[in-house]
Structures are given as C-alpha cells and as structure tokens.
Write a protein that binds this ligand. Structure first.
Ligand code: PLP
Length: 450
C-alpha cells in the first residue's frame, strides 16, 4: 500500500507511549519529513517476495524479550535459512566422513559435497576455475593467508601497502604484521566527509613502491561501496596487486571477480547466510600457484620424506589439515539458496529499503548518520544525541530489536569522523518496511524519554 505521493505506507504501529501521551491519546505514527528520496514501492520490479524468503529463516519467527525479533545486525552475521541448517545437520547425522582421503562411499559423498561447495563459491564470484577457490575460516583468515604467504614472498624494505581508511581491522592488522616483519610501509587511503574514499589522494599515493592495495568492497561502518574496478585498474598500472574484502558485499549485490579484475577476493560464509568458521579466498591462479604454503600438514602435500617434501596443486596446497566439512556443506546450501532467488530483485529490494530507512531515520530528533556515500549498502551507523550507543542498543534490545554498538572493528573509519563508538543497524534481503518502522519508532521513543 502506498501514500498518494508514492511513499510506502508503514504498517501502523502504536505511537511510543511517551509520544502518544504528548499527542493526547493513541494514534499511529507516520513519517512527517523525508530528507532522502523516498522509494516508490517496497516491491522490487520483478516482484521479490520478501515474505516467502522470511518463511525460510526460522530465527525470524522467534521472540526476544517478549517481542518479535527484528534482526538488524546483519553486518555482524546473517541468519541462516532452514536449507543451510538442514545441510549441516544432514552432514553430521548421515554423512560424517573426512574428505579426499577415503576409499569408501561416505568419504566419496562428503568429498562430493565439499567440492560442490567449492563450485558454488566459484559461481558466486564469477570464476570458472575452482582451483582459484581456497577454503579458509573466514575473511580474517583469508587476508592473513595472503599477507603471510604472498606478502612474505613479495614485500621488501620500503615497499608500500595502501590500505583504505574504511577497512575492517581484518584487512589492516594482517598487513601491519607483515609490514613490520618485511620493513614495508602501510599508507592509508583517506576518507572524504561523506564516507567515500578520496580518489585524488589514492592516485597520489600510488607509485612505483606500491605492491598491494587492500580495499573493502563495502564498508561495514559507512556502507560505502568504493569503485573497486576503477581502483584496481589504476593499481595494476603500477604493477600492484589488489585484495578486495568482500565480507559485507557478497550478500548484498552480485560480485564478479573477473569484471573487477581483483587479484584476491575474500568473504566469510556467516555473512552470506552460511555457517560460521567457513569462508573463501579467491586468488588468480598464477598468483596462488606462485605462493608458498603458509601452513603445513595433511591434505596439502604431494609426497613427504625426510629428504624432500613436495606439495599438492592449488587450492589444496593452501588448505592444510581437515577443513570445515559441515561448514562447506552449509556454504554450498546457502549459495544455492541465494542462486535460486532473483538476485537483481533482491538487491533492488534492499536498495529501496535502505532509501526508506534513510528517509525515516532523518525524522528522529538528534540522530546523526555516519557516512552518506551515494550507492551505499544498507549499513546504517548512527549516533543519537545525548545517549551512549551501547545504551541505544540496550534500549532497542528491550524491544526485540538487534543492532550493534561499539567500534565495529573499524576504529580508523570511526576515528575519521572523530568517533570511538556508534550504533549500527544493518539490513539484509529478508528485512522489511515493518522492521525499519519498528526501529525508527523505538528510536523516537528513546529520544522522547531522554
Ligand atoms: N571485513 C568486513 C568488512 C567485515 O565486516 C568483517 C566482519 O565484520 C570482516 C572483514 C571479518 O570477518 P570474519 O570475522 O568473518 O573473518
């Protein structure tokens, strides 16, 4: 249902008690002012059926603190559809076995599931070469792998690593560690006041000493989506490699590493509806093949003797030890689930919801949004004047609304705005106008009570 000017009619919710009193009795809260361009409809062009999707996510149907759960902490982790829960359960209940080693039926089945998971990850990222997909614990481990293996082999005294100021600590600290060891230098790519990366500064920073650019594909604090393809093309002109942190990107919009021409691309399963403890590092074949092993053990060798040890081809050479087999089963299920949706429509739904949320948040007195880059994802970090972010999150939690507060493991990004802490509501494809209405009504209530 829409208002005459095309704005989606929020589901009526009782006015927060304090406001209802002030208004002289119960009525329903409706947005008065919009600063952002309102969406014309909450139904994506090809009809993304958010309610059907929500039915697949059991946790969306539980209560927290006596209220229906409103999950707006997707930046921290996403909920899992029952297809993922069932795939993990099925693995442990019926198919437990190690992979790649056994000659028996269950080992073959587990190996098939494992390699199908790799194939699904390759499809998600747009590579046809499954050898370019390395299983890791998550984005953090992927970046550490590249830093410890590629970095140790390729960085020398005075070499430079450009790291954007928007990065999660997991795409900064591993570079600091290896830079200290190799006596290389980290140089930050600064932020503009609206949360975009400063492209002029980036061009100035690039030079003959640049070896690597570490770049987020979507900021977990600002929602910014940098122009990764353009920035990568520029880096390549200087012979530098580019590692893209896709942790916040992959669940929000389709990604194609071939189009981006990324040298490395990392993501975590748990941020794309899959289990924790499993993630993916994509690396261009020629780079992975040239990288020395970073961990030794089973699974990664060709032959071992006290005289000489030789290594398995990629990706196994970079996957020492038994992997997270159930995690890969879940990851495969999550990626197949996602592939079964109309991704363009899902992205359009999220974009419309983000615009809707931005419009409503602008009506909350004293609310300051951090970051305003065009084309942002639905990561909405904010301050509420006079209330500590942790207290904001606590008050929302009392109403069953889950948001995050703190430094979001991106202290330099917050510091660029003079902050140490902020609250963050982050959207996913299963969120609705009603979720946003609940958040905004609760924020009005907190402000009225303050
Ligand atoms: N990069 C970004 C942008 C993130 O948001 C996160 C987690 O919040 C990470 C990396 C780290 O992911 P993980 O802890 O799954 O390794």
């Amino acid at each position: 249902m829409t208002t005459p000017d095309g704005f989606p009619q929020p589901t009526p919710r009782p006015l927060p008690a304090a406001l209802a009193h002030a208004a002289g009795g119960p009525r329903y809260w409706l947005p008065q002012q919009q600063s952002a361009q309102p969406p014309t409809s909450t139904t994506a062009p090809s009809g993304f059926d958010v309610e059907a999707v929500r039915r697949d996510f059991p946790q969306l149907h539980r209560e927290v603190n006596g209220r229906p759960l409103v999950w707006l902490d997707n930046g921290a982790t996403t909920l899992k559809p029952r297809q993922v829960v069932e795939a993990v359960s099925e693995h442990y209940a019926r198919e437990t076995s190690n992979v790649h080693r056994g000659a028996h039926t269950l080992a073959k089945q587990a190996t098939q599931v494992y390699e199908e998971g790799r194939q699904a990850a390759a499809e998600l990222l747009g590579t046809r070469d499954e050898g370019e997909i390395v299983f890791v614990r998550g984005t953090t481990e992927a970046v550490n792998l590249v830093a410890q293996s590629w970095g140790r082999a390729n960085l020398g005294v005075g070499d430079e690593i450009l790291v954007s100021a928007a990065e999660h600590h997991s795409n900064l600290v591993p570079w600091q560690l290896i830079a200290a060891e190799r006596r290389a230098r980290i140089r930050p790519i600064p932020l503009l006041p609206d949360g975009r990366l400063d492209q002029d500064a980036y061009r100035d920073l690039l030079g003959s000493r640049t070896r690597l650019v570490a770049l987020t594909h979507a900021s977990n604090v600002l929602g910014t989506v940098p122009p990764v393809a353009e920035m990568t093309a520029l880096a390549h002109r200087y012979g530098a490699k580019v590692l893209v942190d896709g942790a916040q990107a992959v669940s929000h919009f389709p990604v194609d590493v071939t189009e981006l021409d990324a040298d490395f691309y990392a993501f975590s399963g748990h941020k794309i509806f899959a289990p924790t403890g499993i993630g993916v590092l994509f690396g261009k074949r020629e780079l992975l093949e040239a990288m020395p092993p970073w961990q030794g053990g089973g699974n990664m060798i060709d032959s071992v003797s006290f005289g000489e040890t030789t290594y398995a081809p990629i990706p196994h050479r970079l996957e020492a030890g038994t992997g997270h087999i159930a995690g890969v089963a879940g990851l495969g299920a999550a990626l197949r689930y996602l592939a079964g949706l109309d991704r363009e429509a899902a992205t359009a739904h999220e974009e419309q919801l983000t615009a809707y949320a931005l419009g409503l948040l602008a009506t909350v007195p004293g609310l300051q949004l951090i970051g305003d880059a065009p084309g942002r994802i639905g990561v909405l970090t904010f301050l509420l004047a006079g209330t500590d972010p942790m207290a904001v999150a606590g008050a929302l939690d009392q109403q069953g609304i889950a948001v995050r507060a703190g430094h979001h493991c991106a202290q330099p990004a917050l510091a660029a705005f003079g902050l140490q802490s902020a609250a963050r509501a982050s959207l996913a494809l299963y969120n609705t106008v009603q979720d946003v209405d609940a958040l905004v009504a609760a924020l009005h209530e907190i402000q009225a009570a303050a």
